[in-house]
Design a protein around this ligand. Structure first.
Ligand SMILES: [Zn+2]
Length: 365
């Protein structure tokens, strides 16, 4: 697998505070914003130094140009982000922080994702990982959200369409709803978006989408947006059940020519931002499932964008397990942390809700 990385993404400074918020309470210690450079440093170091090291080829990323961002984002929005950074940054949403130096890192995250896409689309790579930050899957055409500003998975999917790939599927297993990617492609049938996430609902003006199964797309895109919404506390078995019972058949029917995976590790049992109980074994199985889908439909072509994952050590371990799965190596790293009891009740109802919402649409059961 080819991994694309650009050191400049580490320069996006989100500061310290009350977790992700701006609350000014009398506490002794301000903690780092959960979306920080250290999380990516750990991911990079574990991939470079762990048992997968010999299987990975590292490549430098690059900066995106504004015209590339404009394939997904409105030009006025892109210009407004550059101005925000130039004028000192600040909170562009209640949880999304920009700093004076953020503009170039944001261009590096987007450009590095496009470099990964181009490597796969051009045939130089079969599977590529864009190891970038901040996450992009909440970013909408003209709205920053959930720590993210530019939508990397959407940029990759659109890049593929622009290169003549007829059908692109985006599979998003970050613990949060991929509302930004949904917003980018809701009215289109050429890009299938499938998001698996915990049931968290909307979280304010930047995130009005609920992530519910009945958000199935609009107009010609009706039936091509699939939301797999799981109860809080669901673990490996529940996530794998809804993937195998809904995501796989839907993607099989869609028959994509490129698979994009928006890979977050914040569904892990130790993530401060999720309420799920996925383990390294679960992420390994997600990766294996994506590899199987790519083998069946895309000749193995898959582009992975790094999304959330905020447990400083365990998210890196879960990314390593994900790549083990994508490369079908079997388990290489043991899970060093104890396992929580997992719940699976409510998953059958979650599966039934998706099929009910999709009834009568082209990918329906
Ligand atoms: Zn997330």
């Amino acid at each position: 697998m080819d991994v694309f990385f650009d050191d400049r993404v580490l320069d996006h400074d989100t500061g310290r505070g009350f977790f992700e918020a701006a609350a000014d309470w009398p506490l002794a210690i301000d903690e780092p914003h959960p979306e920080n450079a250290d999380r990516l440093r750990n991911m990079r170091t574990l991939l470079r130094g762990g048992p997968l090291a010999d299987r990975l080829r590292w490549h430098d990323g690059r900066l995106a140009i504004v015209e590339e961002l404009a394939r997904v984002h409105e030009p006025d929005y892109v210009a407004s982000i550059e101005r925000w950074c130039a004028h000192g940054g600040g909170r562009i949403t209640p949880t999304t922080v920009l700093s004076t130096g953020s503009w170039e890192p944001l261009l590096a995250a987007a450009g590095t994702s496009l470099a990964a896409a181009d490597a796969v689309l051009g045939g130089a790579s079969g599977a590529a990982l864009a190891l970038v930050r901040p996450p992009g899957h909440h970013a909408q055409p003209a709205q920053a959200d959930g720590y993210g500003v530019f939508n990397h998975a959407a940029l990759v999917a659109q890049r593929a369409r622009d290169a003549g790939v007829a059908r692109v599927a985006v599979l998003d297993w970050d613990v949060h709803h991929g509302n930004g990617t949904q917003a980018c492609f809701a009215d289109r049938a050429d890009v299938l978006t499938v998001s698996m996430h915990m049931r968290h609902g909307p979280w304010g003006p930047s995130h009005r989408q609920t992530g519910a199964p009945d958000e199935i797309g609009e107009g010609p895109g009706r039936g091509f947006n699939v939301n797999l919404e799981l109860p809080l506390g669901t673990g490996d078995a529940g996530h794998l059940a809804i993937l195998h019972e809904v995501a796989v058949p839907v993607i099989d029917r869609f028959a994509p020519q490129l698979l994009v995976v928006a890979a977050g590790q914040d569904g892990s049992q130790f993530d401060p931002n999720g309420r799920q109980a996925v383990t390294m074994a679960g992420y390994r199985a997600f990766g294996e499932l994506a590899a199987d889908l790519a083998d069946r439909h895309t000749g193995g072509r898959v582009v992975v964008t790094q999304e959330g994952g905020y447990a400083l050590s365990y998210a890196a371990a879960c990314l390593h397990a994900t790549v083990e799965g994508l490369l079908e190596t079997g388990p290489l790293l043991d899970d060093p942390l104890a396992y929580l009891p997992e719940r699976t009740d409510g998953v059958d109802e979650a599966i039934a809700a998706v099929w009910s919402a999709l009834a009568g649409t082209p990918l329906a059961r």
